[in-house]
Write a protein that binds this ligand. Sequence first.
Ligand SMILES: NC(=O)c1ccc[n+]([C@@H]2O[C@H](COP(=O)([O-])OP(=O)(O)OC[C@H]3O[C@@H](n4cnc5c(N)ncnc54)[C@H](OP(=O)(O)O)[C@@H]3O)[C@@H](O)[C@H]2O)c1
Length: 347
Amino acid sequence: MTRMEAAGYALPPIINGCWQLSAGHRSDTPERDAAIDGLVRRAQAGLTAFDGADIYTGVEEMLGEVRDRYVAAGGAREDIRTHTKFVPDRDALTRVDRDYVTRIIDRSLSRLRVERLDLIQFHWWEYGTPGAVDAAGHLVDLQNAGKIGLIGTTNFNTIELAKLLDAGIPIVSNQVQYSLLDRRPEPSMVDLCRATGVRLFCYGSLAGGFLSDRYLGAKPPDAFGNRSLVKYRLIIDEFGGWQEYQRLLSVAAEVAAKHGVGIANVAARYAIDRPCVAAAIVGVRGSDHLEETLATLSFALDADDQARLDAAAPSRVPGDCFDLERVPDGPHQRIMKMNLNDKRSLP
Ligand SMILES: NC(=O)c1ccc[n+]([C@@H]2O[C@H](COP(=O)([O-])OP(=O)(O)OC[C@H]3O[C@@H](n4cnc5c(N)ncnc54)[C@H](OP(=O)(O)O)[C@@H]3O)[C@@H](O)[C@H]2O)c1
């Protein structure tokens, strides 16, 4: 039994990812009210789980409104699963004490308009800076105080996740990049999950849209419309470059045609079906791509599809989960913002 099952926690296999709704993610942030309505429509269509973060500016507040509007329209409050994150600033890691943790969690509670967080996903920027186990221990204290339902992690690799588990932190999930392009969880994370009942949430399952019909046969773009594409273009390079990626897209397109769906559906379905995966997170801006996304739940990949996709998507991105992103001043780290929770925005 998985740790989520043991806790009686169920959720749909697709989670609405809300990073792209944060102010600062993109230049043409959609009109807020319309975006909230779009998220409510997703919940009404059965996609009732949302992924936000303390560092996605404005998103926790939006998700608080989504739950309220869903209930005002006749939905049950307990249908909605709102996952957020606790991402202490890199520059503050030596100062993450009980007070720091409590202030950020209290801020998330107030922004999300709830008395208890459904799931908090803990992130730690630098393993070399001690304190992760203590910080997670403060989360457990807040869980015991009723402010947190479940505790997960995000972007932990196998060794560091095992340290938290060994310390008795009741982690139920780890949110990691996992897709046709990026199979870093497979060499060891999956074994740890099998052994412990932790489950994975996959982000980047569509590589920001690169794993969709839009890019089939396309040349590499000269410019990027949003930060997700910048991020996943680097993963395409790690995968072997544009030509290898186009070969993968061709195979995914054939599998998609066989089932009468799009490449994005094949990519999301592939992620959902990976071992130890509880759900794929699909990035949204509102009700965009809603009908297409629902099609992911309308078909199954057979053994032949799996084998063809596995062969076209070899595991080429090196290292364990998020190891590349932790290389100081490496290309993956340079595009990240690691100090978004600073004192100015804390209550
Ligand atoms: N823990 C972490 O460090 C971390 C990092 C990254 C992301 N995340 C989480 O994971 C979520 C998803 O990641 P992401 O937004 O970067 O990437 P993603 O889910 O791989 O890609 C989302 C993009 O794919 C396109 N798309 C969606 N459905 C589609 C469909 N059916 N057909 C064609 N295109 C489709 C859309 O692009 P267009 O809008 O251009 O059409 C959408 O913006 C985030 O929102 C966030 O919640 C977490």
